[in-house]
Design a protein around this ligand. Structure first.
Ligand code: HEM
Ligand SMILES: [Ca+2]
Ligand SMILES: [Ca+2]
Length: 296
């Protein structure tokens, strides 16, 4: 089952504008929903395909897996679904709402736009144990490449999509080990961190401070979808270990160089379309959910 641009043009012509205005109204009161929705779409697509499996509630659902505990923006999807069910009952999938909302979030943070093919159907399986194939912030570049290749995404897609870290934040707990106990010699910090950046990160995340405190993944540009994330990597100002490795590894370095220029905006949408077509469902294993948080 292939997706296509304008899938709802006759069955629910206002579908895309309803999603857009819903994302906008939530964004106006809480800007963190934009990075939240972009990340949620990525976590959806990498587990069981782009099928809204990440939205299901339940004691053993994907949502309860470690990397998904800090996802945000579920209320935006639920709100859009309520309005879409009123306008065109049983037509628009939760997986499509999430794919559209991720694009709209990038646009709202001054990033590029692109056409999102639609026609995804919602899955009927959501298991926390399936979330193990999500990349981890300690993964080597080889492992990151393998995990993306397993989804049909190449090294260029990897670097460009991780560029999504140009917006949003990370909790201190995911990178604090780089600041204090990374080495037993010298200042104890990861040697790839810019020496001028290190005291700033240490001040934001004290050794025994609150691990849930949040810090921008793209220093000084966390609310703007720009190329600053890549320039920061070049200067040793990456926050996550997995991000900084994109610059130290020769196979990804050339892409970091390239995407600190204009091509990032153009290429990001292309890689997003590839990612948002992972494992699209059709037929008996799928449905159009009535409520995004529950299988029908
Ligand atoms: C190697 C691949 C990746 C790894 C290891 C990774 C890891 C992480 C981690 C550890 C965080 C912080 C989570 C938290 O503290 O709540 C994060 C946040 C984020 N990630 Fe990734 N990520 C990867 C790829 C991606 C991709 C492909 C996208 C989107 C296209 C993405 C979008 C985001 C966004 C927007 C945030 C900020 C979330 C927020 O502010 O709520 N990431 N990522
Ligand atoms: Ca999924
Ligand atoms: Ca930025």
């Amino acid at each position: 089952q292939a997706t296509r641009v304008g899938f709802y043009s006759t069955t629910c012509p206002r579908a895309e504008s309803i999603v857009r205005s819903t994302v906008l109204s939530h964004f106006q009161s809480d800007r963190t929903v934009a990075p939240g929705l972009l990340r949620m779409h990525f976590h959806d697509c990498f587990v069981q395909g782009c099928d809204a499996s990440v939205l299901i509630n339940g004691p053993t659902a994907e949502k309860t897996a470690g990397p998904n505990l800090s996802l945000r923006g579920f209320e935006v999807i639920d709100d859009a679904k309520t309005q879409l069910e009123a306008a065109c009952p049983g037509v628009v999938s939760c997986a499509d709402i999430l794919a559209l909302a991720a694009r709209d979030s990038v646009v709202l943070t001054s990033g590029p736009t692109w056409q999102v093919p639609t026609g995804r159907r919602d899955g009927r399986i959501s298991l926390a144990s399936d979330a193990a194939n999500l990349p981890s912030f300690t993964d080597s570049i080889d492992v990151q490449k393998q995990k993306f290749a397993a989804k049909g995404l190449n090294t260029q897609d990897l670097v460009i999509l991780v560029g999504g870290h140009t917006i949003g934040t990370s909790a201190c707990q995911f990178f604090r080990y780089r600041l204090y106990n990374f080495t037993t010699t010298g200042n104890g910090a990861d040697p790839t961190i810019d020496p001028a950046f290190l005291p700033q990160l240490r001040a934001l995340c004290p050794q025994n401070g609150d691990g849930s405190k949040r810090v921008g993944l793209d220093a000084s540009s966390q609310n703007r979808f720009d190329t600053s994330f890549f320039t920061n990597l070049r200067g040793g100002r990456g926050v996550l270990e997995s991000d900084q490795k994109l610059w130290t590894d020769a196979s990804t370095k050339t892409f970091v160089q390239r995407f600190s220029g204009l091509s990032f905006g153009i290429e990001f949408g292309k890689s997003m379309v590839k990612m948002s077509n992972i494992g699209v469902k059709s037929g008996a294993d799928s449905e159009i959910r009535k409520l995004c948080s529950a299988i029908n």
